[in-house]
Design a protein around this ligand. Structure first.
Ligand code: SF4
Ligand code: SF4
Length: 69
């Protein structure tokens, strides 16, 4: 079940989301995006839909989908 949508083309690999996720659910992808960065990916098994990543990302990468999605 996907809880967070990650718009990976926007990510600049700054890492702010990773240090602010309480569940250590975010890491960087192996593949680079169109801008040459390894974008954030979310482990849905760990994510609790808290919204920290959505709030803190300076590039509006995340959309919170919630449990029902
Ligand atoms: S805070 Fe946003 S731009 Fe920075 S690594 Fe996370 S998703 Fe990418
Ligand atoms: S919603 Fe919360 S738990 Fe899920 S990836 Fe973002 S910061 Fe981590």
């Amino acid at each position: 079940m996907q809880k967070v949508n990650v718009r990976q083309e926007r990510c600049k690999q700054c890492g702010i989301c990773i240090v602010n996720c309480p569940k250590e659910a975010i890491s960087f992808a192996e593949e680079i995006n169109l801008n040459g960065y390894r974008p954030a990916v979310v482990d849905n098994e760990k994510c609790i839909s808290c919204g920290n990543c959505y709030t803190i990302c300076p590039d509006w990468v995340f959309e919170i989908l919630g449990e029902e999605n």
